[in-house]
Design a binder for this molecule. Structure first.
Ligand SMILES: Cc1cc2nc3c(=O)[nH]c(=O)nc-3n(C[C@H](O)[C@H](O)[C@H](O)COP(=O)(O)OP(=O)(O)OC[C@H]3O[C@@H](n4cnc5c(N)ncnc54)[C@H](O)[C@@H]3O)c2cc1C
Length: 388
């Protein structure tokens, strides 16, 4: 056997999983098609940012990468303010009320990729094979066999697909995936503000979708505007000043005037569910295993929870246990099922509830926001799940 475990994909989930397996006593390889490239002009802000939960931050700390981040580029979310589409109904969360130091951290994608990639390259327990093209996968009783471009053949007791939403591994294993397009696009860009954000993340539920302004260090914010495909196309055609003006109007000038500091980018949105996370000799993690609407900022946090759980199962497997054993992998699948299904259900329900013109539903959703805001126990439950 060449390896005990081969991870395909060194995105945030695949890389963190490989690092979390440091003490598992396993021979590991990570296969990556497109290693991250150093970015020229890194003083600019990445327009792709994540709200990383304290639970995910603690996991990344255990992987040895959180402390490698440039903390001057990371901001803490101390409060959240969610506004309904009647512009009156609001839901507030505060770290202070929940007895926490912060609700989340806002971290640039580029910065996270950098620290994870550097740690992978340094790790003694991992062979990084990149750039590499996967050509064929065979799952036999004793081993998974992965053929790479150039003819190299890898044999592993366990193959992990962490290769994103369009997973090649998932397709090769013929794992069924149920996909529904939201017919929405997330428009992202960063702005300088004239009013301070005070560590608050803002979110407006609107008829066209959901607009979020996430705090970046100093007077800057990151926009994630999930809106209809047509509206997104219009926004992307606007000059910088015009797009800024649209965001000011949509956010009711909450943060004063905005100046765009990075170009806008767009991501099509979809819901994806898979029938199974594991089969003999194979497991899926991260976006390969689930894809959710970004309105709750949970996508990569779900993926980090997959990585954390799969690493735990493999670390606790016992020296004699084959790490690709189906019964062992089922433990991972069973442990992750509830969290994944609940997050898919909640984000999808919220998306449907607010993306709807029926008037009684409009009343109901805004009433729901106000009601939740008055129920401190319910708010605490929601916070505890989100900080997970
Ligand atoms: C607009 C937007 C905002 C978001 N905001 C948040 C947020 O605030 N918080 C949050 O938690 N989540 C957020 N998400 C979700 C988050 O982006 C994803 O969940 C996360 O990036 C998934 O990570 P991953 O490692 O599973 O997959 P990916 O990041 O897609 O990584 C997959 C890796 O596999 C590699 N790969 C692919 N195919 C192959 C192959 N055949 N062979 C070898 N390598 C391969 C790729 O090159 C890549 O490196 C957001 C998503 C969107 C669209």
């Amino acid at each position: 056997m060449d390896f005990d475990v081969v991870v395909v994909g060194s995105g945030l989930v695949g890389a963190s999983l490989a690092l979390a397996l440091k003490t598992a006593g396993l021979k590991l390889a990570v296969v990556e098609a497109q290693p991250p490239q150093p970015v020229a002009g890194a003083a600019d802000w990445d327009n792709r940012v994540y709200a990383i939960s304290p639970g995910s931050a603690a996991f990344l700390e255990r992987c040895g990468v959180w402390r490698e981040l440039d903390m001057a580029r990371v901001s803490q979310v101390e409060a959240m303010r969610i506004v309904g589409d009647d512009d009156r109904s609001e839901l507030h969360f505060s770290a202070y009320d929940a007895g926490l130091r912060e609700l989340a951290f806002i971290v640039e994608n580029r910065e996270l990729q950098r620290v994870l990639w550097d740690a992978l390259k340094r790790a003694q327990h991992v062979e990084v094979i990149a750039p590499a093209a996967c050509k064929a996968l065979t799952l036999a009783a004793e081993a998974a066999q992965l053929e790479l471009g150039g003819g190299r053949m890898l044999h592993a007791r366990l193959l992990i697909g962490a290769d994103g939403a369009d997973s090649w591994v998932r397709a090769q294993a013929a794992i069924e995936v149920e996909m529904r397009r939201y017919h929405q696009t997330a428009v992202v860009a960063n702005f300088a503000t004239t009013k301070p954000h005070r560590g608050t993340a803002y979110q407006w539920f609107r008829r066209d979708g959901v607009l979020a302004l996430l705090p970046l260090p100093d007077a800057r914010v990151s926009l994630v505007w999930s809106t209809t495909e047509e509206h997104a196309a219009q926004l992307l055609e606007l000059a910088r000043e015009e797009l800024a003006a649209q965001v000011v109007a949509a956010s009711h000038g909450m943060l004063g005037d905005l100046t765009m500091i990075t170009p806008a980018a767009a991501f099509p949105l979809r819901l994806q569910r898979v029938r199974q996370l594991v089969m003999p000799r194979l497991a899926l993690a991260g976006d390969a295993a689930h894809n959710v609407h970004p309105l709750a900022g949970q996508g990569v946090n779900l993926g980090f929870r997959d990585a954390r759980e799969l690493a735990r199962v493999l670390l606790q497997r016992g020296a004699q246990t084959d790490c690709g054993d189906y019964h062992l992998l089922r433990r991972y699948e069973r442990a992750r099922r509830e969290d994944i299904v609940a997050t898919q259900f909640t984000t999808d329900l919220l998306q449907r509830l607010f993306n709807n013109e029926i008037s009684w539903l409009a009343e109901l959703r805004n009433f729901g926001l106000r009601l939740t805001n008055r129920r401190s126990q319910l708010k605490n439950l929601l916070v505890q799940h989100a900080v997970g």
